[in-house]
Design a protein around this ligand. Structure first.
Ligand SMILES: [Zn+2]
Length: 260
C-alpha cells in the first residue's frame, strides 16, 4: 500500500486564528511546527498500518511551510507535478487530505476559501460548488485512486462527505467564526484513528467522478480580477459574465484543467 498525504495549513489543529497565516510572523512559525508535527504523526501512522511508501505534499500557498527535519525520514516529499506523475504511473493506492478547510462561502468554515482566498468567489464543476478536496478527488479518481480520509476542521469534514459519502473524517477543530477556531480535545488521537480506519478500509472508499465532458466555472470577487485572468487564458476559455469564466474539459486528468 502506497499512501499520498496532501496537506494544507488552515485545517491543522492548534492553528486557531487568522494571524497564524502571516508568513514571517512568530505565529506562522508556530503554525509550521504544528503542520510538520501533524504530518509526521500521519506518516508514522501510515507506516504502522503497513504502508510501503508514504509521500506528502506541502500544499499551502505554494509550499515552504513544512519543517522537513521534523518529518519521519521514510516519507518522500513531492510537488504537484510529482503527485500527478505518481498518480499516472499507478504508484499511489490512496490519498489522505490533512489540514483541510471548508470551501469558499461556508458558514462556520475556518478560513473558508477555494484555492485563492483573495480572488475566487466560487469554483464549480458541472454546477456543483467545489472545495479543494473535491478538486483533488477529481484528479485522483481519474486514476482510480480514492481520497480515503479528510482531517481538518469540522465543517471541512462535513463537506468532504458531500462529495465522498464514505470517506473517513477526523475533525480536529471547530470554527467559532470565519477567522477563529477552537481545537478539539485529543486532536492527535482523532488524527491517528482516522488514518488507521481509512487505511484499513481504503479499498472500499468511493471515487469521486463527474459527468464528462465537464464544465468548469470560476467566479471572481471583482470584475477586474476576472478581466485579468481572462486576458491570460487561451481560446478554450469563455467569459460568460462580468466575473465568471468557463471552460469545457473532455476528460479530467490533470489539476491544471480545473484551474484558470
Ligand atoms: Zn491553505
Amino acid at each position: 500500500m502506497n499512501v499520498f498525504i496532501l496537506t494544507d495549513l488552515e485545517g491543522i489543529s492548534g492553528i486557531n486564528d487568522i494571524t497564524y497565516m502571516e508568513r514571517g510572523s512568530e505565529k506562522y512559525a508556530l503554525a509550521c511546527r504544528f503542520l510538520s508535527e501533524s504530518i509526521d504523526l500521519a506518516v508514522k501512522t501510515c507506516f504502522d498500518c503497513g504502508a510501503e511508501h508514504v509521500y506528502y505534499l506541502d500544499g499551502h500557498g505554494g509550499g515552504g511551510n513544512v519543517l522537513e527535519h521534523l518529518i519521519d525520514t521514510r516519507a518522500v516529499k513531492c510537488d504537484i507535478t510529482g503527485w500527478q506523475q505518481l498518480l499516472s504511473e499507478g504508484k499511489i493506492d490512496c490519498q489522505i487530505e490533512l489540514g483541510a478547510h471548508a470551501r469558499a462561502g461556508t458558514v462556520l468554515g475556518f478560513l473558508d476559501h477555494t484555492t485563492n482566498s483573495r480572488k475566487y468567489f466560487c469554483h464549480k464543476v458541472n454546477g456543483m460548488e467545489m472545495s479543494e478536496l473535491s478538486m483533488h478527488a477529481l484528479v485522483c479518481s481519474a486514476y482510480d485512486v480514492p481520497i480515503v480520509a479528510c482531517i481538518g476542521d469540522e465543517t471541512a469534514c462535513i463537506q468532504a462527505k458531500e462529495y465522498i459519502p464514505d470517506i473517513y473524517t477526523g475533525a480536529v477543530k471547530k470554527a467559532l467564526c470565519r477567522n477563529q477556531a477552537v481545537e478539539c480535545e485529543n486532536a492527535d488521537k482523532i488524527l491517528t484513528e482516522t488514518v488507521k480506519n481509512a487505511l484499513d478500509n481504503y479499498k472500499n472508499v468511493s471515487l469521486y467522478k463527474v459527468k464528462e465532458p465537464a464544465e468548469i466555472e470560476l467566479t471572481f470577487y471583482r470584475t477586474d480580477m476576472c478581466e485579468e485572468a481572462y486576458s491570460e487564458c487561451g481560446k478554450e476559455v469563455e467569459r460568460i459574465g462580468a466575473r465568471t469564466l468557463r471552460r469545457k474539459v473532455d476528460k479530467i486528468t490533470r489539476y491544471e484543467e480545473l484551474r484558470f
